[in-house]
Design a protein around this ligand. Structure first.
Ligand code: XLS
Ligand code: CA
Ligand code: CA
Length: 439
């Protein structure tokens, strides 16, 4: 087998003082944080599409990345070379999981039959490489957005033939995910939305979307796929409006269509930004509703209005994210998938390692800080104290459902002047900074 990443050894932990770009400064896989190792807390995963098929293309410019595994030739042979390189990269990085779309790993053929055959060949190879390296599949998914047939959507297309094609594709992707022992399956509806309401029957589209997801639930049951189903919210891009807008709108959709028992959410940082939320808002909303299943860990750029899928380097954000994840009791069977791409200008091969190393370190640092913050209970105690009025007296009657408008009016009429207390945002931010700097 040809070594692609020559001169790169297994990436090691060298500690915070190391200046070696090819070493971890904070991510020490076997180090315990509380009762779990860092690897168990963080469950890092590599996104096959960005890291191995990404070419640096953007809407204004062509490829800048010419990878050694992308030699001209038969597309299936190319796919094999790419997969072998992918497993070499992942082994050297020391990551335990990866994720893929069906079309990332195998080329489309002339017909769906031929495409499925290509996929089978690649799944056999993946199975072998997974066995050899011990790397596991965090989640599988189907690409229902790239091909022109999905121009008007997939499960929400106005064209029933497209609905049927998408169903066939998801059926196969579920079989393949099961075959490879995938621990989750993701639905990201990139084209499940609309460009203009003028040509859209929103009610039919939403009903069809729910029918599609029910069929997926039924089929998973039929074949014995027991992985967690995840929906990944995103408000827009590529569509103007995406139905899975954010955690709260997906929650409403699941409840409306009786799907809430079968799905959790895959929260992506950059998608939260596009929905005008913070990452921690989306994680928090999902967590308190029992919906936090997995995370796509890439960050966005607050000055750009699109999904830049950058390597996460902002330790303030990773700390607040890990705080939510720890409060969730972790993400398992989900994980932290690096749905990230190196910048278009970062086209050299070692940039792929360096990008992931700095991202893993940012989350490991965030984990350590968030763990200490949580242990101290400084924030918890403040919040508890802030809502103390609901722990006794009239507040307790309200939360116990023992108060009505008439009683509350009687209480209010006799009340002395109301006094409120400071929300102390700056105090709380100074606490976060103290922990961040202390490490
Ligand atoms: C695109 C999404 C996509 C999903 C998987 O913005 O992040 O990559 O994670 O289909
Ligand atoms: Ca994603
Ligand atoms: Ca994204």
């Amino acid at each position: 087998m040809n070594e692609i990443f020559k001169g790169v050894d297994h990436i090691k932990y060298e500690g915070p003082d190391s200046k070696n770009l090819m070493a971890f400064k904070h991510y020490n896989a076997d180090e315990l944080v509380g009762e779990r190792t860092m690897a168990d807390h963080l469950r890092f995963s590599i996104a096959y599409w960005h890291t191995f098929t990404g070419k640096g293309v953007d809407p204004f410019g062509s490829a800048t990345m010419f990878r050694p595994w992308d030699q001209p030739g038969d597309p299936l042979d190319q796919a094999k070379e790419r997969m072998i390189a992918a497993f070499e990269f992942m082994s050297k990085l020391g990551v335990k999981y990866f994720c893929f779309h069906d079309r990332d790993i195998a080329p489309e053929g002339a017909t769906l039959r031929e495409t499925n055959k290509n996929l089978d060949v690649m799944v056999d190879l993946a199975k072998q490489l997974m066995k050899d390296t011990g790397i596991k599949l965090l989640w599988g998914t189907a690409n229902l957005f790239n091909h022109p047939r999905f121009v008007h959507g997939a499960a929400t297309s106005c064209n029933a033939d497209v609905f049927a094609y998408a169903a066939a594709q998801v059926k196969k992707a579920l079989e393949v995910t099961k075959e490879l022992g995938g621990e989750n399956y993701v639905f990201w509806g990139g084209r499940e939305g609309y460009e203009t309401l003028l040509n859209t029957n929103m009610q039919l589209e939403l009903d069809n979307f729910a029918r599609f997801l029910h069929m997926a639930v039924d089929y998973a049951k039929e074949i014995g796929f027991t992985g967690q189903f995840l929906i990944e919210p995103k408000p827009k891009e590529p569509t103007k409006h995406q139905y899975d807008f954010d955690a709260a709108s997906v929650h409403a959709f699941l409840l409306k269509y009786g799907l809430e028992k079968h799905f959790k959410l895959n929260i992506e940082a950059n998608h939260a930004t596009l929905a005008a939320h913070t990452f921690e808002h989306e994680l928090h909303y999902a967590r308190i509703n029992g919906l936090l299943g997995s995370v796509d860990a890439n960050q966005g750029d607050l000055l750009l209005g699109w999904d830049t899928d950058q390597m996460p380097t902002d330790i303030y954000t990773t700390t607040l994210a890990m705080y939510e994840i720890l409060k969730n009791g972790g993400l398992q069977p989900g994980g932290l998938n690096f749905d990230c791409k190196v910048r278009r200008g970062s086209f050299e091969l070692d940039d792929l390692f360096i990008g992931h190393i700095v991202g893993f370190d940012a989350f490991a640092y965030g984990l350590k800080v968030a763990y200490k913050l949580l242990q101290s209970e400084e924030l918890e105690q403040f919040v508890e104290e802030r809502y103390a009025s609901y722990a006794s007296g009239i507040g307790k009657q309200i939360v116990d459902g023992k108060a009505d408008f008439k009683q509350l009016e009687a209480y209010a009429l006799e009340m002395p002047e109301i006094t409120n207390r400071s929300g102390r945002q700056e105090v709380l931010e100074s606490i976060i900074n103290r922990y961040l700097v202390k490490g």
